[in-house]
Design a protein around this ligand. Structure first.
Ligand code: 8YV
Length: 312
């Protein structure tokens, strides 16, 4: 029977299917991610690796752990895995799509609403004892109805955000690398811009100073995809200059974002600690899919959720 190294206590109970199938399972039980040297050591004899975005899986790791034939990444994004290096070594790579689409789209909308209606400021007014008498012109936010939402990357999560936007009577512009509204036009016309592209060399700093310059000075940028899609320094400058109206971010570059990071000192910024998929049901279903990939790989079968080879 095989050995599986599991880099976190993935929730929901599905991990139990690994020993139940007769395999040896070694789980990193700490709350903090496993450090690189320990990962290389602990996974040395593993036949499969169940890992996540805090674990870098590259050629060096796969050479140090040459028995690994299956890498099951916990997450739909897999920019932490060098897929070309894995495939070149005959290692299959899987991810956990679909099950987190709704939770992530919900969170994109939560960010959008929180920024549009200035929820953090209003909550602080209450908790800091500054709730004075009613003011007709106090705490004014922005309407969603009739506003234009630009969705960059209309894959599964982008499409789910578009469905939610229809329910809020928003106008939707969708732009993908394959068509739809071209990015410059989308940025110029949108009142809200929500990012839903994977992180690849082509999308790193897709939202740079020039892109931010195209946005309306009132527009709000929402990012639930990956932090490095946005050039953080350019975003900080744009917020200070009033070049955009605000940013509502579930992902940042770097992650975790230190409390004294200049991004948090910029005006009109709202940051969450990468919780897009963080619901009990969704995180449990992600474990089910990742374990399904592990068990299929160990059985010599194609992974049910295999990631494709990167485009040349
Ligand atoms: C997870 C994510 O929180 O799926 C993704 O790509 O970013 C999130 O769902 C993360 O991957 C957990 O490892």
């Amino acid at each position: 029977m095989a050995t599986v190294f599991v880099t976190r206590r993935y929730p929901g109970g599905a991990l139990a299917r690994i020993p139940a199938a007769g395999h040896t399972m070694d789980v990193w039980e700490e709350d903090q991610p496993i450090d690189r040297a320990t990962l290389l050591e602990r996974a040395r004899e593993a036949d499969a690796l169940l890992c996540t975005l805090t674990d870098t899986v590259d050629g060096e790791l796969l050479d140090a752990c040459p028995r690994i034939r299956t890498v099951a990444n916990y997450g739909v994004g897999y920019d932490n895995v060098d897929v070309a290096a894995a495939h070149a070594r005959g290692v299959a790579v899987g991810n956990t799509p679909d099950v987190l689409t709704d939770a992530t789209a919900d969170l994109a909308f939560a960010l959008l609403l929180a920024a549009a209606r200035r929820l953090p400021e209003s909550m602080a007014i209450v908790t800091e004892g500054r709730w004075g008498a009613f003011k007709p012109d106090g705490h004014l936010g922005r309407d969603l109805a009739g506003a234009t939402l630009g969705i960059v990357g209309a894959g599964r999560i982008g499409a789910a955000v578009a469905r939610r936007a229809a329910g809020f009577d928003m106008e939707v512009l969708e732009g993908t690398s394959r068509g739809g509204t071209p990015l410059p036009e989308l940025l110029e016309r949108s009142d809200f811009v929500s990012l839903h592209v994977p992180l690849t060399p082509a999308t790193r700093h897709l939202i740079d100073a020039a892109a931010l310059e195209r946005m309306k000075p009132t527009a709000i940028l929402v990012n639930t995809a990956r932090g490095p899609i946005v050039d953080t320094d350019a975003l900080i400058a744009a917020l200070h200059a009033g070049a955009i109206g605000g940013a509502a971010l579930d992902v940042t570059d770097p992650e975790p974002l230190p409390a004294d990071h200049p991004l948090l000192a910029a005006p009109n910024v709202l940051v969450l600690p990468h919780v897009g998929s963080a619901t009990t049901r969704t995180r449990g279903r992600m474990t089910e899919l990742a374990v399904g990939n592990v068990l299929a790989g160990l059985a010599g079968e194609p992974l049910p959720h295999a990631v494709p080879a990167p485009r040349a």
